[in-house]
Ligand binder design. Structure first.
Ligand SMILES: Cc1cc2nc3c(=O)[nH]c(=O)nc-3n(C[C@H](O)[C@H](O)[C@H](O)COP(=O)(O)OP(=O)(O)OC[C@H]3O[C@@H](n4cnc5c(N)ncnc54)[C@H](O)[C@@H]3O)c2cc1C
Length: 464
């Protein structure tokens, strides 16, 4: 008799492991299958966590080199880099997090089935040959880096984000293909550590989903930091030699080709749903044209008893979006009313300054002819940002012209990723800009800039 479960989750990324924990909390007998040696998926092993560890460490290096003197903190002699130590610390941070999930599985009595999971029939999953029965299957197999024809990834000279997090020496010239958040975060890391960094982007702007005004400011600020941009440019080929990689570039609209040499090329043109070897297609599960599992509003696929969440379905490829879906599907399976509000999912780029966004952009509001008001406030006028010597950027709030309800908020500035939480909460509660403006904010704090932007929606900012 094979072991049987109420729920088997395939994949232990932030979608899968959170789903498994919540299902177990709700009394369902739960297993989670993971083929990687450690739990936590892309996010904990090769994504959010290692990238943030390197962003933090490289920002300290940057501060020691260029920012502390302004504060009167003088370092005698030169600041040097111990990259091996920095990488080792990153590894320690990753291990602490993946072990943390292992602990949470034990605490909540989630069974970790180690190996590759394959759906053999609805209600049946095999893990490296051993069969298990389950009332429900949740597919949470995540995503992988999108390849570019003509570029052979070797994770040494031509790397994806995985190799880009593991470099053992600072490249002299790093070319990043793709001006999205992963490319800009890793580009920032290696720029701070001493590389020359060029970002090649097909479109005429960075992070295309971002509010345009914020995107333009972002480009300007990163440019001031020394990152070079080649926008409206496509990479059409690459030749490797022991000295480096020669890329062939062409204008996006076509035209004369040119070459660009690099020691390391980081391929960061996006990610795509991953479901290789899963057996879902064979079990009759429907996929869309981009290889994502098709689900309904309750995360159910077309096959009864099979559900899917996270990067493998539609929506922003973000860890917290996957987590929310994990909780929601677990609650649905337990007979509750799990729900995700896709209108209030923040997105953050963890460069310095950070960029954070929630809700609609000004371009989206214009496109749907929505009457709106804008309130903006720059960090140059925020006392705490001045005290920190970190005044680049601004807060921008978009509110409905008639009702004043917050429709979107976009921040570029110090700690924007934390500041945005207030605005996400405001949107969850259906708050108006005035609700934020009339809320007492501690002084001196960076989020007074949020309050001031909310006041500015009504043309009555106080400190500018
Ligand atoms: C460099 C980088 C930085 C990022 N930074 C951020 C960030 O700062 N913030 C943010 O929100 N998001 C970030 N992301 C995105 C984030 O990592 C993903 O959105 C998130 O991990 C998706 O979670 P998931 O649970 O859907 O899948 P994943 O985390 O991809 O996990 C899927 C897991 O399923 C396993 N698996 C697949 N198939 C099988 C199978 N058949 N059997 C067993 N196991 C299987 C895989 O091994 C993997 O461990 C980043 C991504 C990258 C690459």
């Amino acid at each position: 008799m094979p072991d049987s479960f109420d729920v088997i989750v395939i994949g232990s990324g932030p979608g899968g492991y959170v789903c498994a924990i919540r299902a177990a909390q709700l009394g369902l007998k739960t297993a989670c299958i993971e083929k990687r040696a450690t739990l936590g998926g892309t996010c904990l092993n090769v994504g959010c966590i290692p990238s943030k560890a390197l962003l933090q460490s490289s920002e300290h290096f940057e501060e020691a080199n260029h920012k502390l003197a302004e504060h009167g903190v003088m370092i005698g002699g030169t600041v040097s880099l111990d990259l091996a130590r920095m990488q080792a610390r990153k590894g320690e941070v990753v291990t602490a997090n993946t072990k943390g999930v292992e602990f949470l599985f034990k605490k909540n009595k989630v069974t970790w089935l180690k190996g590759e999971g394959r759906i053999t029939a609805p209600g049946k999953v095999s893990v490296d040959g051993t069969e298990y029965e389950t009332k429900n299957i949740v597919i949470a197999t995540g995503s992988e880096s999108i390849p570019l024809p003509g570029l052979e990834v070797d994770e040494a000279q031509i790397v994806t984000s995985t190799g880009g997090l593991e470099l053992s020496a600072v490249p002299k010239h790093l070319v990043v293909i793709g001006g999205g958040y992963i490319g800009l975060e890793l580009g920032s890391v290696w720029k701070r550590l001493g590389a020359e960094v060029t970002v090649v982007e097909f479109l005429d702007r960075l992070v295309p989903a971002m509010d345009l005004e914020v995107g333009k400011a972002f480009e300007r600020i990163l440019g001031k930091q020394g990152i070079k941009f080649r926008l409206k440019t496509k990479v059409t080929g690459a030749t490797k030699s022991p000295e480096g990689v020669t890329l062939t570039l062409e204008p996006a609209e076509g035209g004369a080709a040119e070459t660009l040499t690099a020691d390391v090329v980081l391929l960061a043109i996006g990610r795509r749903a991953y479901s290789e070897g899963l057996g879902a297609k064979e079990a009759g599960v429907a996929f869309d044209e981009r290889g994502r599992v098709t689900v309904d509003a309750k995360f159910a696929t077309n096959v009864p008893g099979i559900f899917a969440i996270g990067d493998v379905i539609t929506g922003p490829m973000l860890a917290h979006k996957a987590e929310e879906e994990g909780v929601a599907v677990a609650e649905i399976l337990a007979g509750q009313h799990g729900h995700v509000n896709y209108a209030a999912i923040p997105g953050v780029v963890y460069t310095w300054p950070e960029v954070a966004t929630v809700g609609e952009t000004e371009e989206q509001l214009k496109a749907r002819n929505a009457p709106y008001k804008v309130g903006k406030f720059p960090f140059t006028a925020n006392a705490r940002a001045r005290a920190m010597a970190s005044t680049d950027g601004f807060v921008k709030i978009l509110a409905d012209k008639a009702t004043d309800r917050v429709l979107g908020a976009h921040i570029i500035g110090p700690d924007a990723g934390t500041l945005i939480a207030e605005l996400v909460m405001a949107m969850e509660f259906g708050a108006s800009a005035e609700d934020i403006a009339r809320t007492c904010h501690a002084h001196p704090a960076l989020n007074e800039a949020v309050k001031e932007a909310a006041l500015a929606v009504d043309g009555r900012a106080l400190h500018i």
